[in-house]
Design a protein around this ligand. Structure first.
Ligand code: SF4
Length: 222
């Protein structure tokens, strides 16, 4: 775990302010220089925009995929497409502990996502995520660089200021493969039991845990 001295927190705050208008690749370059190999990227494989950007800066970056045992077959298909596109991808696939509660029940995300991620990033200095401020009201004020109290390491969100259109433009202009469920109206993709497609114009995230109060799985609540 990285020490959390006032100087260190001040360094993170400075970087966060500086990167408000920076391109994601510049943020990744800083992360690589500052933390070296001591970083992991938790990728949901809803899209691979940040993965593509990161491969240009840190080709050996560890990519973590949280296997909740409840993903759509199409997500696995997309992961295989990604592996073929980036040979030698440094991929770690986590698993929930045996005895995790059934999918969708209280505590499911904590056991199938949060606990495995905690284990996977233990000892790392920083983690990278694809979080965007436009994803949900709970993310509107998300910093680009911060100390993540919940996981005990630095959290870096290089795409925080991007919109969904920015993501789509990058995908098109770089010829990236698209998750097979996107054209079917699944605009925010999590686990199969708790993800539904949304109608055109609807909040993309309204298909997640639809009909419940839940809006976050616990990975981004710090
Ligand atoms: S998203 Fe749904 S199925 Fe997946 S871990 Fe969370 S509650 Fe369980």
């Amino acid at each position: 775990m990285t020490e959390m001295s006032p100087e260190f927190l001040s360094e993170l705050a400075d970087a966060n302010a500086r990167f408000e208008t920076a391109a994601p690749s510049k943020i990744l370059e800083w992360a690589a220089e500052r933390f070296g190999d001591d970083i992991a990227f938790a990728c949901s494989f809803q899209d691979i925009v940040l993965l593509d950007l990161a491969m240009g800066v840190m080709p050996g970056l560890e990519i973590i995929f949280l296997d909740t045992k409840a993903h759509f077959p199409e997500t696995w298909e997309y992961l295989e497409t990604t592996k073929a596109r980036y040979p030698g991808l440094n991929l770690t696939i986590t698993e929930p502990d045996e005895g995790a509660v059934a999918c969708g029940q209280d505590g499911c995300c904590a056991q199938r996502k949060v606990a495995p991620l905690r284990k996977a990033v233990s000892g790392k200095a920083a983690w990278i995520t694809s979080l965007k401020r436009v994803d949900a009201p709970t993310r509107q004020a998300a910093p680009i660089v911060s100390w993540d109290e919940a996981f005990g390491l630095v959290k870096i969100n290089p795409l925080a200021t991007w919109t969904d259109d920015d993501v789509a433009y990058y995908e098109q202009s770089h010829g990236l493969p698209i998750h097979p469920l996107i054209p079917q109206g699944y605009l925010s993709i999590g686990c199969a039991p708790t993800t539904k497609p949304v109608a055109p114009g609807e909040d993309p995230r309204s298909g997640r845990w639809a009909g419940t109060d839940k809006v976050e799985c616990g990975l981004h609540e710090a």
